[in-house]
Ligand binder design. Sequence first.
Ligand code: HEM
Length: 406
Amino acid sequence: MNASARELAAHFDIEKLTSEFYADPYPTYRALREHEPVKLLPNGSWFLTRYDDLVGAYKNTKLFASDKKKEFSPKYGDSLLYQHHTTSLVFNDPPAHTRVRRLIMGALSPRAIAEMEPDLIALMDRLLETIAAKGSCELIGDFASAIPVQVIGNLLDVPMEEREPLRDWSLAILGALEPVIDAEVFARGNGAVKDFLAYLETLIARRRTKPGNPERDVLTRLIQGEDNGERLTERELLHNCIFLLNAGHETTTNLIGNGLVALSENPAEKKRLIENPGLIKTAVEEILRYESSNQLGNRMTTAQVELGGITLATGTPVTLCIGAANRDPAQFTNPEHLDIGRSPNRHLAFGTGAHQCAGMALARLEGAIAISRFLARFPDYALNAPPVRGGRVRFRGFSSVPCTVG
Ligand code: HEM
């Protein structure tokens, strides 16, 4: 095991991943953590897998920058994809980041999120009703992916009949963030930004003429800005609306899908949750840790950094492997085991520090309602064919999970 783990670590290359890796990346992550926790990849970037190293990088925005202009310029050229990703909150540093984040956090207030709960429950119950009538379901298409797109649609108050293209736009834009992309993925991502921008321009124009309630409607709040007169520029507004949809879409779909698959693969934990529904909050945290829907984060060093005796040069791209850190035995007891009551559980699924996920309260609420209501309604659900993986390294989830619902 040791020799092969050492080899696994030595040969790891994020640009040449195998089908075994996509099926189960954790043996590789473990090998890296144990043998090369600060790993130089063939493309000159570094790959970090230890929990403490990730926390250190996330908390030091001066040394580990999020701005991606330099990195994305050769990848996207002078394109709309470049404009989009470099204007998104997550790929900016203070002071621009601090100002835009304040405005977005103001719009995603705990009150705005709490007010969504009844709509969320009604939406999930409608989906469950349709599944019950069929007697079987494809967990991702019929349930997990149908939720976040409606939630963000509600958040920005996009009329129901205009929501259909949102999911494909989002998948295309996020697909272009994979470490290696071909011309087709690039063209699809770029086209999606173009169409999405055109749609948002009309939506925003309508909302300016007829504003909604800023306490509930995030788009109205983002348009109006804060009482102190702070506002997003038009470009920031457009691209961060796209970003909100993207940030909250595939990640939350994967939380729900990964959760229901992990529970069905761990029947004792599934039974424990059915018998103790009060454990849903710790269960959601554990699913986020165990099968983190967003597995990778990225930073760029702004000065020389010393990590475990290794020196990283100024201006080097660094990948923060959340999937590996969340199974680091130095932080979690028995980390390869799913324990829905785990406490404490200081996982990094939402990152930490200045960029910590701005939508985590919403994601937790969606995850808890979706998983608990699905389990309550279909306690005997069972996969009836092997689930199909999404085939992405950054966003870990399934594209299809056929199951019976009893
Ligand atoms: C399970 C679901 C989710 C996961 C796993 C997740 C994960 C993350 C992670 C890891 C980051 C930090 C990125 C970094 O530091 O580089 C992040 C940032 C962010 N997320 Fe989420 N997210 C989820 C759902 C959502 C939802 C539902 C929304 C909004 C509706 C959202 C909005 C954001 C925003 C705006 C940021 C950028 C924050 C900043 O840069 O200051 N996320 N998310």
